[in-house]
Design a protein around this ligand. Sequence first.
Ligand code: ASP
Length: 280
Amino acid sequence: MRILIHGGFFSESSQSNETKLLKQKALLDILEKSKVYLKNNNAVSTSIFATSLLEDSPLFNAGIGSQIQQDGKIRMSAAIMDGTSHKFSGVINIENVQNPIFVAQKLMREDDRVLGGEGATKYAFKEGFPLFSTETKERKIEYLTKKENLGTGTVGCVVLDQNGKLAAATSTGGKGFEIPGRVSDSATIAGNYANEHCAVSCTGVGEDIVSGALATKIVTRVTDGYALKDAFKKTFEELKPYDGFAGAIAVCKNGDVFFSESHPKIVYASFDGESNTVFT
Ligand code: ASP
């Protein structure tokens, strides 16, 4: 059993010791709860469970605490990929729900599994998700003072369960101040991808992650025989010509776990089968 979770990028300047400790505590707490959950649940359910807890923490930019776009609205994106069935489901630019990842979960049983904008929001309400504002006081102040937020990031989770099944889940509030309608990487196969060999969740500048086809490239390289570390090395090398800004967490069927970042620093916590590691 393996679990890795990430809380996106946090710049050094946004990291007072107090915030660092809060994030460490939140990540370790969510990791512990997810380990317990994984004992009786599969990789897909656990990746959704962990991501929903990350969405519920205002410390991270997903669900509660999501960033605000140019027009003052919050639009969120989230996706799940089941490495066994190869099913990918997601919502892009959904509004007014607490947990976009739960809407992505509902979509797993549909033929139409990725919904965007108004369609995604309408679907959520039709399915009984209550209207919920994920705006926090902190994000609102940043928006009103036009202060670019360098201190909150997308969240994600990758899991290997006791039956050797893999899954990835990712959720984001976007980059903040974006043009309404912008599509980030998080609910695409560049930002979230898994098959029976490897599962990857990304964070960073969505446009760079899409250009680098990050998650899909890492998974494909592992599938074609690369060691996980080498798949990361080659894929991150390919971001360099355009100074791509990205980070990723991954787990493989053989139990290997790995993370990397092009710039400091992605915050994450992992359980490698024996012990916990937290990196903030
Ligand atoms: N990837 C997200 C986006 O570009 C942001 C992030 O990961 O911090 O919308």
